[in-house]
Ligand binder design. Sequence first.
Ligand code: 6R9
Length: 627
Amino acid sequence: MKENFEDMIIEPPEEIVKRAHVKDWEKEIEKGKDIEEYWKKKAKDFKWFKKWDMVLDDSNKPFYKWFVNGKTNITYNAVDRWIKTGKRNKVAIIYTSEKEKERKLTYYELYTEVNKMANALKRLGVKKGDVVCLYLPMCPELVISMLACAKIGAIHTVVFSGLSVGALEERIRETNAKVVITADATFRRGRIIKLKDNVDEAVAKCPSVETIVVVNHANVPVKISELTGREFFYDKLIEGEDSECPPEKMDAEDPLFILYTSGSTGKPKGVLHTVGGYMVGVSSTLKMVFDIHDDDLYFCTADIGWITGHSYIVYGPLLLGTTTIIYEGAPDYPDPAIWWRIIEKYGVTKFYTAPTALRHLRRFGDRHPKKYNLSTLKILGTVGEPIDPETWLWYYKVIGNERCPIMDTWWQTETGMHMISPLPTAPLKPGSVTKPLPGIDADIVNKNGDPVKPGEKGYVVIKKPWPAMMRTIYKDEKRYREYWETIPGYYLATDVGKKDKDSYFWILGRSDDVINISGHRIGTAEVESALISHPDVAEAAVIGKPDPIKGNVIKAFLVLKNGKKLDVNLMEKIKEHVKHEIGPIAVIGEMEQVDKLPKTRSGKVMRRILRAKELGEELGDTSTLED
Ligand code: 6R9
């Protein structure tokens, strides 16, 4: 944290304040102190088939329940209810891509598409509580499939299309998914990435899968064995289905989706979210933070395969009746102006992206954004990792022309919704996430749970439950409890942060063994187990190494088998292997062969030592080191 940025205050533009839903930021935070009252009011914006009996049930901590006994349906609220209003013919989704192809769906069209798919899923035998795995590129069918699942009460688990066979298989197997919906292929930087082939390979070892549905998305020929009655093309499947489908009356606490994310140890965790609280939390934070109005054109560049896409490309915007853009492709292809061109073309008003993309695009110079009319922009957002003040200021000046407040939103897959973030009417400091949102009680504490002094580093905790919080880790209650029991009573986010003299929060990074690469979470354990599954690798330890664009890359320390030497050839093979097991996001920047790894007496690899040595830092406490 640099002193000068702590003292730099950027006041909100008058125009923004005039229009804002929340005029007085501090007052709203005050109002949010009574969390039950605050979230109860927000819940009134939705259709409930039956009203809840109780806002928050905290009788069985940390298994909190929200809107107890309330009955609703998130798809009904995101789609159905708009077709009886003036939004009926409003564009709900604009799909565009690096090929600059376009497809638009109005709320009414989305309604009929979702209903057809929901009926098709029912016909395939999918019932309330069954899991459907979605392994799809950024395309309208992904949104339609998610909403169709939610409409009939099936639980969706979206697997990011950049993940590969190993990761896909693990997720299908753990969730016992009955149906997998995929596409022939996706494209990135002009390259075709075949998805159906990955599904074939993964599903071969997954007996739970009864049906595979394939979207013909990229016009790539695929093998499909229609004769077995097990594989269908998406278009054929929904052909002739009824375009009406009544919404399943879901309990507020019924599961909505499982989304896997990396943790510090072991396998990725299946974060489970439920219907009612998620709906309320996600849409009301989006409305506050991006100040959503009916005339907005909203563009979030995340992938729907991650939580940002779930909450703030699909559910949040549709629950507010907004037009949301889904973009398929890279930020710099066919040229580094593609996003700026999209902003100009559609007149985007709210733009939400990640620091890694901004750092990358900034490198190409100001001439790309300067070529396009970005004057429709009103509010900008960032998420995924800490944003350095220099990149923040570039975003503010060059993209926002010093007119658009930047919402630096801190949150996690587990939190489901924004947690620490300014509102558009807040005075900003470049690089700070400002303060916990109204209705959120967050703090920076030491390991005993006591607040630290201003300027001191500590752990980010949430002291009270919030509606969109995860309800458990799928099939692993113990790991869920760890979040709330490491510092008893508080939710431990495993991030390190500080508060400054004005009580503004600054997030510094993870406190666990999770590496943040271009805003993607990768667990050291996942990468290590992928490395060890290579036949020539005996032992492996990985650390995150700072990288100016990606935030971090992986450095792997390897002990090899039978006197093997780590030459260029073997390095390539190992990299390919990790790519196959996890996916191209697990970028291995460097590899080093070592004779042995530093370990504790109990045999745990001390990554801290490796990291300190690598980065030329103090080794710290080495008393537990075995050798
Ligand atoms: C939404 C999302 C969560 C981790 C989180 C933290 C980092 C996210 C941030 C941020 C600093 C921000 N993170 N937003 N760090 N400032 N505005 O990214 O979810 O993929 O689960 O990652 O990302 O370290 O713990 P997820």
